[in-house]
Design a protein around this ligand. Structure first.
Ligand SMILES: Nc1ncnc2c1ncn2[C@@H]1O[C@H](COP(=O)(O)OP(=O)(O)O)[C@@H](O)[C@H]1O
Ligand SMILES: [Mg+2]
Length: 265
């Protein structure tokens, strides 16, 4: 089944369908008592299938914690996370692992490819781990979508950083996931290569119906998204839609200045 079909199915759902990611009152506290850190404070959020969302915020605002909780890599102290209509909060570790393998995709700053495997084997890894028969046709399809049709037999070390991140995106797309979580996917790339990678994520959303949630500190990167969410001190404080990098940067500057004043106080 193609991504497009899945997207249509969601859109056609009569009631409440089409949410790829839902966070209901999600809090995450580290430590207790006077030493407690409130990394997330009652985050409420619902992201539609087939959308591209950027998450920004000053250092320490809770971006990584948000992504970890939303992707089922960490457990909230309070609240509920629902992915593709499935409540993951309270799921046992085995089921959660299976859900991550079959229904989520991940793209990291450091690419996280396995150096001893070929590009094709890296792309097929999520299918193998999920116990599906690896489809070389599927690998060829996603590799051609990211512009690497001729690189399947190479090893990651033979590719440039930008090409390695394309492989990681192909790997994230291969299982046709409900959501792709990207953590600073352009953090290790030069500006031109970063723009290519963001264009690829954008086209995965527009042409394949993928859903992308991307943490970034870069306003230019965030401007590729449909919507930018801003975290400050663990709370969702603002969201902007269809705005330029300049507007995003201005919003970030205000939040960063406030965070600096708070920590100085
Ligand atoms: N494992 C941890 N133990 C204690 N405090 C943590 C831990 N992880 C994150 N924090 C704290 O939670 C807050 C949010 O962190 P984080 O989610 O990493 O923010 P960001 O990614 O926006 O920089 C920070 O104050 C950070 O110090
Ligand atoms: Mg972080």
């Amino acid at each position: 089944m193609g991504l497009r079909n899945k997207r249509q199915r969601h859109d056609e759902a009569p009631h409440g369908g089409g949410w790829a990611v839902e966070l209901r009152g999600v809090s995450r506290q580290y430590g207790r008592g006077g030493a407690a850190v409130h990394a997330l404070r009652g985050v409420e959020l619902a992201l539609r299938s087939g959308t591209f969302t950027a998450v920004m915020g000053p250092s320490g605002s809770g971006k990584s914690t948000f992504l970890q909780c939303a992707a089922g890599l960490d457990r909230p102290t309070d609240g509920t996370v629902v992915l593709g209509g499935t409540k993951i909060t309270g799921m046992n570790e085995n089921k959660l692992t299976e859900l991550r393998r079959t229904r989520l995709g991940f793209v990291f700053q450091a690419f996280n490819l396995l150096p001893s495997l070929t590009v094709e084997q890296n792309v097929l890894l999520p299918m193998r781990l999920a116990g599906h028969r690896p489809s070389r046709r599927r690998a060829a399809d996603v590799l051609s979508r990211v512009g690497l049709a001729d690189k399947g037999r190479r090893r990651p070390g033979e590719l440039s950083g930008g090409q390695q991140q394309r492989v990681a995106i192909a790997r994230a797309l291969v299982t046709d996931p409900d959501v792709i979580f990207a953590d600073e996917p352009t953090g290790a790339l030069d500006t031109t290569t970063a723009a290519e990678i963001l264009g690829l994520l954008r086209s995965a959303v527009d042409r394949m119906g993928a859903t992308v949630v991307m943490v970034t500190h870069d306003p230019v990167a965030a401007a590729h998204a449909d919507r930018v969410l801003f975290l400050a001190d663990g709370a969702l404080v603002d969201q902007l839609e269809g705005v330029s990098a300049d507007v995003i940067a201005a919003r970030m500057n205000t939040l960063t200045a406030r965070a600096a004043m708070r920590s100085a106080a």
